[in-house]
Structure formats: C-alpha cells, structure tokens
Design a protein around this ligand. Structure first.
Ligand code: 5GP
Length: 188
C-alpha cells in the first residue's frame, strides 16, 4: 500500500522532535522515517534508530545512485536525506510515515507527494527562545549554535508555505493541536 506522509519541519530547537515523539505514541499507525545523515553520532544515539549514520563518501554514493527521495547538505559537510528504501520499508508494513526534517526537505517532499502529504511547520515562541533551548542542549557548541540560529532566521520565513502552522508557545496545547490535526488527516 501507499500510506500517507506527515511531515514536521521547524528550525532546530522549536520542539518538533517532542511533538513527533508524542504523535508516535498516540497513533500506532504511524512510523518514524529514519533519515540518513553524515554528521557524527551523538551520545545516546543509535544507528538505525535515530539515523542511518553514513560517511560522506557513502552518502555521496547513494546520491549518485539516485537512492534518495530528498537530500540536502543541511550544514557544511553534514548531509541529511530520506532514502526511498525507507519510505518503501514503512509502506510495506501498511503504516503511514512521519518525518522530522528541515523546512527545505519538508517542502520538497510535500511537492512530490501532494495531497498524500501533510506538511506541518512548528513555530517557536521567538528566536531568543530557540537560542535558549539550543544552549541547554549539551551536544551543541557555540559554533553549532550560531550556525543553527543563522539558519533558523531563514527558516521562519518559509512558514506560510506549509499546510498548517502549529505555534509552540505552550507545549501541552501544541501537542493537543498536533494530535487533532494529524488525527483528522489520517482519517481522510
Ligand atoms: P540534527 O543534526 O539536529 O539531528 O538535525 C539537523 C537538521 O536536519 C534538523 O532540522 C533535522 O530536522 C534535519 N533533518 C533530519 N533528517 C532530515 C532529512 O532526511 N532530510 C532533510 N532535508 N533534513 C533532515
């Protein structure tokens, strides 16, 4: 079967991962799309759970072989992408797919899959709030925070291109809203 695609995009630190994890618990028909990436594995992450961690060479080989539904060099030398085989893997299980990806990748998939896809933008309360959240993550360095903040400002400008915007000023409310929106879309 070809299931549906639920795409969550937002600047880094806006809380999209928390929302996606919540939806995975609420909707058993949803499965998380594990992206491939070429960045270093962080403490607490597992291959094949968080990402398929590849070397830059392996990643580029898969680009050359046309194995990605979408891919992007999100940060210098840090490639991220969705493997076509990952979409097939989840559809074979008769499930719908939920994606956690940056805004360019999200809009790219939406364009390819049209009405089968729901593209959701998670809006953080403010840019200052994003920075604060990134600083509390032990995994970020001052350089990676600066890099992510620069990108976030650009990403906020793309919000109106998405099917829906969820304002994450209050996490409880955002989770409830996400549940309603995704629940309705899956029922269609
Ligand atoms: P992180 O390094 O924090 O795990 O992710 C960095 C950024 O890459 C985040 O915005 C994340 O959503 C995005 N990302 C993760 N997987 C993909 C993917 O498959 N494609 C694209 N385009 N971006 C992704």
């Amino acid at each position: 079967m070809q299931g549906k695609l639920v795409i969550f995009s937002a600047p880094s630190g806006a809380g999209k991962t928390t929302i996606v994890q919540h939806l995975l618990r609420v909707f058993p028909d949803l499965e998380f799309s594990i992206s491939a990436c070429s960045r270093d594995i962080r403490r607490g992450e597992t291959y094949g759970v968080d990402y398929y961690f590849l070397t830059i060479e392996e990643f580029k080989e898969k680009i050359a072989n046309d194995e990605f539904a979408e891919w992007e060099e999100v940060y210098k030398d840090n490639f991220y992408g969705t493997l076509k085989s990952e979409i097939e893997r989840i559809w074979r299980k008769e499930k719908h797919i939920i994606f956690d990806m940056d805004v360019v990748g999200g809009l790219n998939l939406k364009k390819q899959f049209g009405d089968k896809a729901l593209a959701v933008f998670v809006m953080p309360p403010s840019i200052e709030h994003l920075e604060k959240r990134l600083k509390t993550r032990e995994t970020e360095t001052p350089e990676s925070i600066a890099r992510r903040m620069g990108k976030a400002e650009q990403e906020l400008k793309t919000a109106d291109k998405f099917d829906v915007i969820i304002h994450n000023d209050n996490l409880e409310k955002a989770l409830e809203e996400a549940e309603n929106i995704v629940g309705n879309f899956l029922k269609l």
